[in-house]
Design a binder for this molecule. Structure first.
Ligand code: ATP
Ligand code: MG
Length: 435
């Protein structure tokens, strides 16, 4: 279906219940409650976004988002357990214990600079202009994310050809790609993320622009990029996402020091550490084991840290302080691009700092290291380094044997369980564009 910017109306395709596979049985009870209650109060209510997309694909949605013609204040009047959040993008959160159903009012197409929409160099900084379902659909990012499940008759409403794209596994931005990326550069990362996660093909025009527009990511707040990086690398398809990000030249805009380190080869061999580490993360998620951002970032930043530590050692600094200083330098530089909260950066640096202690195998030292709260993560990290041929294999094997003999039996793995599977949903505190 063609989208004409100046056209006032587009006739949507409505797919009646018998002709699609989205079943109420697969929708979270709380999301259904919200949809029904809004309807009872005379409002329109639709399930929208990733949940509709994933359910139609037969996948388990991560969360359920609702779109309505009720204003945020009106939503609050319908639900006692409701909080309004967001300045940039005002939303209602309806709380059910740990589950939060996000309810967004349809966004409109008002003049580019209306009082409630704020643009800067083509980038949307705030959007609280309300509109119709049709307008809301056209403001979404990809056609497959712009499908609406109507609680009034259980049909799916499609304004942009999303159903056809879903069927052929095609990722296509609504509207003109350059303009849409400029409005919100994070859409480039979302393109890569959905392509990696769903195995979809990116539409040629949307793909071409990825090669050219990576610079725009500089304007995105570091805290928002942190959230996006987690979604890219903690969805079970991190290796694929990493390879795609590098292919499009986007990785360099997220992890410049790592990109520079990876561009070198060592002894004619390309560096495989990051890929192996991300593969390890994918396997853990597949197995339902915990994965933490601290370990993930330890992997992503290790190459530049290791190189810098080696330089410092060459200047005569002892291995341990060299590692500490290298870690500090790389973290400071990285924070300006992708923010890493202290609760993750501290354990990450411990994982790095402990690497040196694995080489000290005399006397009581190995026993003390075994008792260190971060031993498990640091040991997993050592194994990865050994696999990548960067740490001594014999050393890793020694520790495996030592650990098997002396460690109290426990659940294997990275610290601070943050399992991404079968776990009550957590929401990030801040919010992105239309939902
Ligand atoms: P998932 O939740 O599986 O990561 P999702 O598509 O639901 O994927 P969300 O970030 O939850 O992603 O956003 C919900 C919906 O809001 C999207 O499907 C899309 O319609 C819209 N949306 C989100 N971010 C943007 C954006 N940056 N630009 C335009 N629309 C967006
Ligand atoms: Mg979602």
């Amino acid at each position: 279906m063609e989208i004409l910017e100046n056209e006032t109306h587009i006739t949507p395709t409505t797919i009646p219940r018998p002709e699609h596979t989205l079943s109420r049985a697969d929708i979270s009870e709380n999301a259904l409650k919200v949809l029904y209650r809004l309807k009872q109060h005379g409002y329109q209510a639709y399930l929208v976004g990733g949940s509709v997309r994933d359910l139609l694909l037969g996948r388990e949605p991560k969360d359920f988002d609702v779109a309505t013609d009720a204003r945020p204040e009106e939503v609050r009047e319908v639900f006692r357990n409701c909080r309004l959040i967001g300045r940039r993008f005002r939303l209602a959160h309806v709380h059910f214990g740990r589950e939060i159903i996000e309810v967004a009012t349809f966004r409109g197409r008002a003049a580019e600079e209306a009082g409630d929409r704020l643009m800067e160099n083509g980038m949307i900084l705030r959007d609280n202009v309300y509109g119709t379902l049709e307008e809301d659909a056209l403001r979404r990012d990809f056609t497959v994310n712009a499908l609406y499940y109507n609680i009034a008759d259980f049909s799916v409403v499609d304004y942009a050809g999303g159903m056809a794209d879903l069927r052929r596994g095609h990722l296509r931005l609504l509207g003109e790609p350059e303009q849409r990326y400029r409005e919100d550069p994070v859409r480039m990362l979302r393109a890569v993320r959905f392509a990696a996660k769903l195995g979809f093909t990116i539409d040629p025009a949307c793909e071409q622009a990825l090669f050219q527009m990576g610079d725009l990511l500089q304007a995105v707040p570091a805290a928002r990029l942190f959230e996006e990086v987690l979604k890219l690398f903690m969805a079970g398809t991190a290796v694929n996402a990493f390879e795609k990000l590098r292919h499009y030249g986007l990785f360099a805009h997220l992890f410049p020091a790592t990109e520079a380190a990876l561009a070198r080869e060592e002894g004619a061999f390309p560096i495989t550490f990051v890929t192996r580490g991300l593969h390890n993360t994918d396997v853990r998620i597949e197995e339902g084991k915990p994965v933490t951002p601290a370990f993930l970032f330890a992997v992503l930043l290790w190459e530049p840290v290791r190189l810098r530590a080696r330089e410092l050692e060459a200047e005569g600094i002892a291995p341990f302080p060299a590692m500490q200083q290298a870690g500090a330098e790389i973290v400071i530089a990285q924070q300006g691009v992708v923010a890493l909260p202290k609760r993750f950066s501290l354990p990450m640096r411990e994982i790095w700092n402990l690497q040196h202690r694995f080489t000290q195998r005399a006397g009581k030292r190995p026993h003390r290291l075994l008792g260190h709260p971060r031993f498990r993560a640091a040991y997993d990290f050592l194994l990865l380094r050994a696999e990548a041929g960067e740490a001594d294999r014999e050393l890793a094997e020694w520790w495996t044997a030592f650990e098997a003999e002396h460690a109290p039996k426990q659940e294997g793995g990275q610290p601070a369980p943050v399992s991404r599977r079968r776990r009550p949903r957590r929401r990030r505190p801040r919010r992105k564009k239309p939902s």
